[in-house]
Design a protein around this ligand. Structure first.
Ligand SMILES: Nc1ncnc2c1ncn2[C@@H]1O[C@H](COP(=O)(O)OP(=O)(O)OP(=O)(O)O)[C@@H](O)[C@H]1O
Ligand SMILES: [Mg+2]
Length: 284
């Protein structure tokens, strides 16, 4: 099993190396990086390229580790116990009928090896990663209600993404292989855009990329636009048929880019731009 990128996903050499290293070590690959740099899509594409089914677990602030293992549906059991028919009575007697399998259980007991994505682990509370240490390490857990041990038939290829909203505990980090997706350089970005817009005119692309990186390099920006914002912006530029001249700034003057709402997502950043344009005019 070796990942070499895919026709829809541009993977740099170090990213491919990281995926293959995690697979070899049979440890989860912890992927960090700015929002929109392809962390979630990586798991989808690796699974597709290696022909593995992908199980996804999207973490929210309320998600508990136990939900990934199993949940005991006490409410249904109580309801069934109040029904008079013999079928319900028989069902109630066996607690296994009320154990609902979580994503990890499904991944562990799947017939064939699978990929498992634990997306945005930093959204959950601090106990969440700690509660999964044994499961991710030994790939097994106990079901206390039935005294059953669920053990992975095949170790799943695990991807864990984080946006760095919270620090992860050391004991958790020790069990992972880590990779930080660097923001793509111009050449990589060109390749990424090529995947999404194969017929984009060269001049438009290079003018747009220049504007994009100029914006990203602007000091004081609160939220730098990322890959997915660039792709949205390009889509709009093409759809609205924005002429090339509008994108190319004359003698390197700052100007607010067309359809700026695709790139800048808060008012401070837009007003920073407007201030720069204003100062430039004053300086003339
Ligand atoms: N290397 C890449 N190759 C192809 N497309 C990419 C790449 N990186 C990002 N993209 C594009 O950017 C979009 C956003 O990617 P994705 O949702 O995986 O980002 P993310 O890092 O998970 O962001 P977030 O942290 O906000 O969840 C993708 O749908 C894809 O279109
Ligand atoms: Mg994501």
């Amino acid at each position: 099993m070796k990942f070499n990128g895919s026709d829809q996903y541009v993977a740099t050499d170090d990213l491919m190396l990281a995926v293959n290293a995690a697979a070899r070590l049979q440890r989860p690959l912890l992927v960090k990086g700015e929002p929109g740099t392809g962390k979630t899509m990586l798991a989808e594409e690796v699974a597709r390229a290696l022909g593995l089914p992908l199980l996804q677990w999207h973490i929210k602030s309320t998600t508990k580790a136990q939900q990934g293992l199993y949940e005991y549906d006490a409410v249904s059991r109580l309801r069934d116990s109040q029904l008079a028919d013999p079928d319900s009575a028989a069902r109630v007697r066996d607690i296994r009928n009320y154990i609902v399998q979580g994503v990890l259980w499904q991944a562990f007991t799947a017939e064939q090896p699978v990929a498992l994505l634990i997306d945005e682990i930093d959204k959950a509370d601090i106990e969440f990663p700690n509660d999964l240490l044994r499961e991710l390490d030994r790939m097994e857990f106990h079901v206390y209600e039935t005294r059953e041990l669920v053990r992975a038939r095949h170790r799943p290829l695990v991807f864990i993404t984080s946006n760095n909203e919270k620090e992860l505990p050391d004991a958790f980090l020790r069990r992972c292989f880590f990779h930080y997706i660097q923001f793509p350089d111009a050449a990589t970005m060109q390749a990424i855009v090529g995947v999404h817009f194969p017929n984009l005119k060269k001049e438009l692309l290079s003018a747009a990329l220049k504007r994009f990186y100029d914006i990203r390099n602007l000091p004081g920006l609160k939220k730098k636009p990322s890959t997915s914002e660039l792709l949205d912006w390009l889509k709009l530029l093409v759809a609205e048929d924005i002429p090339l001249e509008v994108l190319q700034s004359k003698d390197d003057k700052v100007s607010v880019p067309p359809l700026v709402g695709a790139l800048l997502k808060n008012e401070q950043d837009v007003s920073l731009f407007e201030k720069l344009v204003f100062m430039q005019r004053q300086g003339r």
